[in-house]
Design a protein around this ligand. Structure first.
Ligand code: RNT
Ligand code: ZN
Length: 398
């Protein structure tokens, strides 16, 4: 008996159909963030990453053009099974010499063509950092109306570009707004910037776009480097804003207090917001954006989505940028880990676990959960990869 047949039998014995699991897993879209490929620099021609985020390391091979980035992503995609989307930032189009408040779909036509050729969906993000007009640490919440207007216009255009992706590719594109706006030191007025941000967002979202093509998301944050004392778009701000305006709430794994985890927030938020967008990341001591590992929290994130039937309302995207290792491997490892976590979650006999819990049989719940950890899920993973035409294991020997 082969490894997979053995695994199928073991899972079959606890009521889990591995064939159905493989099918389901393959159809879950996971969005691969383009910015791991070039340390979040983009192609405007400037050279500095600002906004309180940082990519460290100088491993050779950073993509310098969209062509290089796409070629590198193609290499990574050959190692990644399943349905994939690519998540773009506004600075990644054919944008040399184009101001951000002048962006149009045509600046992203090459990406759309490439996505279509490679059977990929696209997602999008306005870029509210790495720009002279973000130099004060404030953008959408800036006291200067002209600066605010500039960024509002940028975001409006990005929503239209996102809708263009959705229309062209026949699947919704998630457009996620994240602004670093905040203060390095103790603020005297925390309310006024939040009032301005809310008004700017109202303006941005005033144009109604078809949700079949564009899904609007907003991303909160705890703090950034150089913006340690106050963030305008905090969790409470965006949770409230998303609930009030029927938007998707983006929760980034690195944007909360160090002992908080986003896995613990998913079902609670799901009761009050239409959709969630996850920025799956790995903070180490701060929002350091390390490559995601197959760790307890990653599996917990997948379990919360799968166990609670939230696949249709939770969009999974990755968000990390490590410049100290091979960037193609960084993509492949993170994307594979996300899918491995989803597989582990899908291979649970979740009905039986629920039954045990509902009848207060916590002994059974504990026993099954613990035994599941050493069930042969890796054999199912390898079979899945082989069927998808990607390597089952990236290390064939040392
Ligand atoms: C920053 C946010 C944001 C960015 C990307 C590049 O802390 O996580 O999502 O990482 O938009
Ligand atoms: Zn993020």
């Amino acid at each position: 008996m082969g490894m997979y047949e053995y695994a199928a039998e073991r899972y079959g014995a606890i009521g889990v159909d591995t064939e159905a699991v493989i099918k389901k897993l393959d159809a879950i879209p996971v969005s691969m963030h383009c910015w791991q490929g070039d340390d979040v620099l983009g192609f405007e021609g400037g050279g500095e990453l600002t906004g309180g985020i940082q990519s460290t390391g100088n491993y050779p091979g950073r993509a310098r053009t969209a062509e290089e980035l796409r070629a590198n992503m193609e290499k990574a995609l050959r190692l990644i099974p399943g349905r994939t989307k690519v998540n773009l930032h506004a600075i990644y189009g054919d944008v040399k010499g184009v101001e951000r408040n002048a962006l149009e779909p045509k600046h992203f036509a090459a990406w759309v063509e490439w996505a279509r050729d490679n059977n990929l969906g696209l997602d999008f993000n306005p870029t509210l950092f790495s720009h002279p007009k973000a130099g004060d640490g404030l953008t959408l919440a800036h006291p200067d109306e002209h600066i605010r207007e500039f960024w509002i216009e940028h975001c409006k255009r990005c929503r239209r570009i996102s809708a263009y992706f959705g229309r062209e590719l026949g699947q919704p594109s998630v457009n996620n707004i994240w602004a670093a706006d905040g203060f390095k030191d103790v603020p005297a007025d925390t309310l006024t910037p939040r009032t301005r941000l809310a008004a700017a967002l109202d303006d941005i979202f005033s144009e109604k776009l078809d949700k079949r093509y564009n899904i609007d998301a907003v991303e909160s944050k705890l703090f950034g480097i150089g913006l340690e004392s106050y963030t305008v778009g905090s969790h409470e701000f965006y949770m409230g804003y998303a609930v009030k305006n029927n938007l998707a709430l983006c929760m980034d794994a690195g944007h909360f207090h160090p002992t908080e985890v986003i896995s613990a927030k998913i079902t609670a938020a799901s009761l009050f917001v239409e959709r969630l967008l996850l920025h799956v990341s790995r903070p180490v001591r701060w929002d350091s954006d390390h490559v995601i590992l197959l760790d307890v929290e990653l599996v917990a994130i997948a379990q919360e989505i799968i166990r609670n039937g939230l696949l249709d309302r939770v969009h999974i995207g990755l968000d990390y940028f490590d410049g100290s290792i091979d960037r193609i491997t960084a993509w492949a490892v993170g994307m594979r880990n996300m899918r491995k976590a989803l597989l582990i979650a899908l291979l649970e006999p979740s009905d039986k676990l629920r039954e045990a819990e509902h009848s207060f049989d916590f002994t059974k719940r504990l026993l099954v959960m613990e035994e599941l950890k050493t069930m042969p899920w890796a054999a199912v993973w390898e079979e899945y990869c082989e069927r998808d035409g990607v390597p089952a294991n990236l290390v064939s020997g040392l």
